[in-house]
Design a protein around this ligand. Structure first.
Ligand code: FPP
Length: 251
């Protein structure tokens, strides 16, 4: 079935966030090393970025490497970093062709120098694209991000630039790595895990969650369109009642 044709073009989430999970399990099922799953996962990334462009999702945030992932075996971390560098270098012309702007969130100073350089080159090379913004969360965790935001706000208070009684949620938002983008309306996690794993804790406050058993290397365009269709069936109430929503949509 052609799922794309069933998608309502007037109700596309602007921002989708994805926890790409299950690469290791997928590789094991094939009798291969875990890293083989990460390599195949790159093909899913390419398809999903393309799918966003096709249906008009403007921002896509992918959880590619968490601060906790540094605790994985050194060979896997090294292989993942190498994969990232090579993929970014190889894919930049393709990102430009498809109108994709690359951005990164996370503690990027902790990434190997080669990785930081490659990222910076691709960010600069794609900065004028405006079809889709691809945000890679790298060495990212939400608790790290919120802690940083609190430190910056505390500094403003210490310098007398901000009175604690004036602190509102907008001050916290302004100090998050995601301050220039709208919050995701939809968060997808693959591989059957039902956790948020320190990902965009603040930004996902009102997001719809979509969980699928499909492992990331097998999650392709049709699976993404299925998630979008599921999102389009949800009623987003933001704390209001159904009746209030139907009254305001008729007025
Ligand atoms: C989770 O699966 C996946 C990761 C920690 C890495 C995801 C990275 C990629 C798909 C490569 C991304 C590349 C670019 C350019 C964005 P897992 O290893 O935790 O799987 P498991 O739960 O089955 O062990």
């Amino acid at each position: 079935m052609d799922l794309k044709s069933h998608i309502d073009p007037l109700n596309i989430p602007k921002h989708v966030a994805i926890i790409m999970d299950g690469n290791g399990r997928w590789a094991k099922k094939q009798g291969e090393d875990r890293i083989f799953g990460h390599y195949e996962g790159v093909n899913s990334v390419r398809e999903i970025v393309e799918a966003c462009g096709e249906i008009g999702v403007k921002f896509l945030t992918l959880y590619a490497f968490s601060t906790e992932n540094w605790n994985r075996p050194k060979e896997e971390v090294d292989a993942l970093m190498e994969l990232l560098v090579n993929t970014i270098a190889m894919e930049t012309p393709n990102l430009n062709k498809k109108g994709v702007k690359l951005k990164v969130i996370g503690d990027t100073d902790s990434l190997p120098a080669g990785c930081q350089n490659e990222l910076q080159e691709s960010i600069t090379a794609t900065k004028d694209n405006d079809r889709v913004t691809l945000i890679l969360a790298l060495s990212y965790s939400s608790k790290w991000e919120i802690t940083n935001a609190v430190k910056q706000i505390a500094r403003q208070v210490a310098e007398g630039k901000l009175d604690p009684k004036d602190i509102q949620s907008k001050h916290i938002e302004a100090n998050l790595c995601t301050c220039e983008w709208p919050d995701p309306e939809l968060m997808i996690r693959t591989s059957g895990e039902h956790r948020i794993s320190n990902f965009l804790l603040w930004q996902l406050a009102y997001a719809e969650f979509y969980f699928t058993d499909t492992l990331w290397p097998e999650f392709r365009k049709q699976d993404f369109f299925k998630a979008i269709l599921s999102y389009q069936k949800r009623e987003r109430r933001f704390g209001q009642t159904s009746e209030q929503l139907s009254t305001s949509s008729h007025s």
